[in-house]
Design a binder for this molecule. Sequence first.
Ligand SMILES: Nc1nc2c(ncn2[C@@H]2O[C@H](COP(=O)(O)OP(=O)(O)OP(=O)(O)O)[C@@H](O)[C@H]2O)c(=O)[nH]1
Ligand SMILES: [Mg+2]
Length: 459
Amino acid sequence: MEVSLQEEDTIVAPATAPGIAAISVVRLSGREVFAIAQRLFSVKNLSDKPSHTLHYGTIHSKGKVLDEVVLGLFKSPHSYTGEDIVEISCHGSPLVTAQIVAAAIEEGARLAKPGEFTRRAFINGKLDLTQAEAVADLIASQSEAARKTAMSHLRGGVSQKLKELREQLIKFSALIELELDFSQEDVAFADRAQLYAIVDAATIEVGNLADSFQLGNAVKDGVDVAIIGKPNAGKSTLLNALLNEERAIVSDIAGTTRDTIEEILQINGVLFRLVDTAGIREHAEGTIEEKGIERSLQKMKNADMVIYLFDVRENGEEVLAETDRLTRQNIQFIPVGNKMDLLPAGQINENLSMIRDAAFISAKEQTHLQELKQRIYDRVISGDISTEDTLITNTRHVEVLRKILQSLRDIRDGMDRGIPGDLLALDIRHCLHYIGEITGEVSNKEVLDYVFSKFCIGK
Ligand SMILES: Nc1nc2c(ncn2[C@@H]2O[C@H](COP(=O)(O)OP(=O)(O)OP(=O)(O)O)[C@@H](O)[C@H]2O)c(=O)[nH]1
Ligand SMILES: [Mg+2]
């Protein structure tokens, strides 16, 4: 593990997005920050100024004034990275920003690597690894649910859950080590029944966390929903109705939609990508429609979920056959009967009433759409897990959680077999090792490189 509170290099990077804006921020962090900033900035005695203060002045380089700026000072250890930091707010011109960065490099700073500021924050103990990862997720979040989950991780939600387990296991292994010191006297300091209880409770807790990944992933990345069905079933009408806008062309000509149309819909803060597809039929009219159908089938395969739309006036046999086929193919789908407004007194024919879990709507009259949205949402957010719980959104975390589960199983097996204390202590140490892998107490360069490579420069 890397140590030292101040890294050798002083790094610099624009912290704001490239492009024209009102202001742009250039950030520097490291041991030489004040010395470098002083050589660029008009206000004297920078390093004597108190932390968390702003200073107005000019930035100059090679005798030329580059810009009028506001410079913010953050002194170690009270800063994002834990090191001395200077933030220069300049006018938001890409040229000015680049010139200030270049001037800082000229004076001895080096351009930061992706995520390097956050990496330093991690190394200096400002954040644990899950929190550092949450920073990247928060920046990338596109829906309310994704933001909320990232924010909960940033505030230590994941680590908190594991911290208690870690402490219990550490206490326990200490007792076992103590037994080993007295091994001649055959005493048991560590109550095995208590260890069983800890391991069993932890298995449930860690198992729930691992299980939350499916939902967590959906919350973070969004869910692909393909609307499929025969031509004229009303797929495009449904897309428009769900979005509340005239996005797709609707007509009574079968085969209207030729290409797929994708739009984003948020349901209860979760992001769904709706895909309207070309109606699927045996005898397509022309190659364009054929290609469209091919794409529909592809979209159906790739989607996380399918809305299978049919006309409620249809003879239900064909619909039943289709739902059977989807079930056999293991496709997650919701059968939806459309055009209820055209059925006299809402009488569904017998075949259709046999379809399990079907929703019946009128896309045109916009009836029962709210229920349909809830249905779509419930499909993802099913079971006991809710978006209010701590959700695992990161593949790295699930993988390590599964290793923790396995090591808990090993501890339990060992106790069942009555293995000696030193071996039990070893199993517990394995488990502790994996817990440390999630939070970053145990880390290696490869893991850190992987985690921080996903950041942008300047974060
Ligand atoms: N009465 C009634 N008509 C509907 C309803 N939904 C769709 N329609 C009509 O059905 C016809 C076909 O609708 P579309 O939305 O274009 O159907 P589609 O499934 O997208 O068809 P393709 O793109 O050709 O595959 C249009 O005339 C719609 O106005 C409904 O709920 N009730
Ligand atoms: Mg269409």
